[in-house]
Design a protein. Sequence first.
Length: 712
Amino acid sequence: MTSLLHLRAAGTSLVLDLADDLLPVVRHWGADLGDLDEQDLEAVTATGRVARGDSPFDVADQVSLLPEHARAWLGRPGVEGSRQGRDWSPAFRTDGPADVSTTSDGTQRVVVRGADDTAYLAVVLELELHPGGLLRTRVTLTNTGEETYDVGAVRVALPVPERAGELLDFAGRHTMERVPQRQPFSVGVHSREVRTGRTGLDAVHLLCAGEPGFGFGHGQVWAVHLGWSGNQTTYAERLFNGSRVLGSGERLEHGEARLGAGGELTTPWLYAAHGTGLDEVAGRFHAWLRSRPHHPDRPRPVTLNNWEATYFDHDLDRLTDLVDRGARVGAERFVLDDGWFGGRRDDTSSLGDWVVSPDVWPDGLDPLIEHVHAAGMEFGLWVEPEMVSLDSDLARAHPEWIFSAGGRRGLESRQQHVLDLGHEGAYAHVRDQLMALLDRYDIAYLKWDHNRYLNDAGHTPGGEPGVREHTLAVYRLMDELLAAHPGLEIESCSAGGGRVDLGILERAVRVWASDCIDPLERQQIQRGTMLLLPPEFVGTHIASGRSHTTGRRHDLDFRAGTALWGHLGIEWDLATCTEAELAELEAWVAFHRAHRELLHTGRVVNGDHHDEATWVHGTVAQDRSEALFQVAALARPATTGPHRVRLPGLDPDARYRVTLERPGQEPLRAGPGVVPWAVDGVVLPGRLLAEVGLPMQPLDPEHGQIWRAARA
């Protein structure tokens, strides 16, 4: 019987070598290899062996998903740890044959069990290939000895071929998340570490290795993402012998994972995808997220948030007027942001006191909620459950529940500290206060914020590291709330886009991509975010004409045209709008709602445009019957027109009618400065639209156009 296993799904092949009672070795992960018989599979392994020099370390051809020094792997090992300096280099042997099965949804699943009887360690390695081509894997490490085993790291690594010569990952900061950065895949380790207790505004997001110059529609790409909301390490490593891997795992502080006899640690899932171009990679993540049984099964409500409209001014008359104006333009959910609880009149106090303020809301939230419901909208509420103000009843009563290391509380940020949910008392306090709110009021939605880093995050009184336990407690808290209140939805907000990962997305159905709603900045932020998440998960709001974070001014058509592509919302004091602005905003919201099913179920595509001054992106229906595209002028091009725009993702053999859509604006009329097709539309084959394209209607910088393609 062959020791080789070939898994295939949606254009992806994975060949696993399970020989010699060793942990699985990946012989191929990438493009579909087609139907292979046993002889073909043996050839995959045989032809993968290269000439060996004087040393067995010259060739690393036995590198498992959990790399081991004992198999001549000289890079980062899969398991780091020891028993007071012993058992630090495990060599695992499998315990019986692999368990291979297919789940009811078509997911191919492999489970391998192994052990090192000398080091008294056991592992269970799980691997799944989703029908959409997404791969995920994780490891459970168990201490089978009597003495405590101190875990330093457990990492999973996937090999990539030599032609993956360029790396892409993401950097960023507050209000400027998901900034792409590229570099050669050179010898050594390119490591991105999170030490802030959350995924991070500067998160790696996706770590991609690909053929040099790869784009959205060309070049083979391999990408990984760790589904974890706490500290982590994601890395690309290339050794002197040519081996290249992408790997990731939790970043554990000293003493954070001490396994007693029988104790175990299960890693987060490492998600991985291969594709031709970044769009195909993103499509695999999107298909997996949309296939889960708890994926939202109703249209994503257009959300009106009061933050940039009223800030801490919670005046009932002003808020109900905002609700009425929001209902007029088509909003379907109203979210009351910061300032509704305790003594919270600014950002200096009361975090942790999750009780409706009797001063601001003497009759509770009922009058506002009743008005929201009467306007035909759902009600949502902002919370920041993990944070605490020193000026709060909670901090005065339980200072021991605040993270502290070395007898110090760490730097204060935004007048707040972090509540250690690893303390059962702190956990119960937050849970009970949130449960009381959800039991008392009809709250459909929680905007869950998280504004401060978990630096110096130690348990009191000893100061032991507590990030891992806190992260698991956050998951448990969300799970409890969702179980007790079916239908409740949670948004992950963390100073904007600081907690965007597939761990939190097991609970949240929306992320706040950034605190910056400037549409020029949002073009990049949303493009990067949607490489991992489909649009229906990404909060995209229409803000006021002058950006709250950058001070830039933009016309409504660019603000709305940029926000159109995600989970649409409004964050604007509508009382300041003219009648013309309200009418135009209403038209944009109606346009979004009319095309929401396409936007939230279709395939996201991006054009590899020849000039970075112009960006092209869109959503194509799964059956390719229709598509929407945005052509955005982010800057002035170096040359004058005609600038042709190619439309990716359409059926090359179908004909499409392409029209220029102008929600809330007058239609174009023929004349100088107008490209002829934009007046009445044009019918062309999909192949021509993809290869030749259409000339764009001239645009001033920081303006956009919406094009619609419908099968003719």
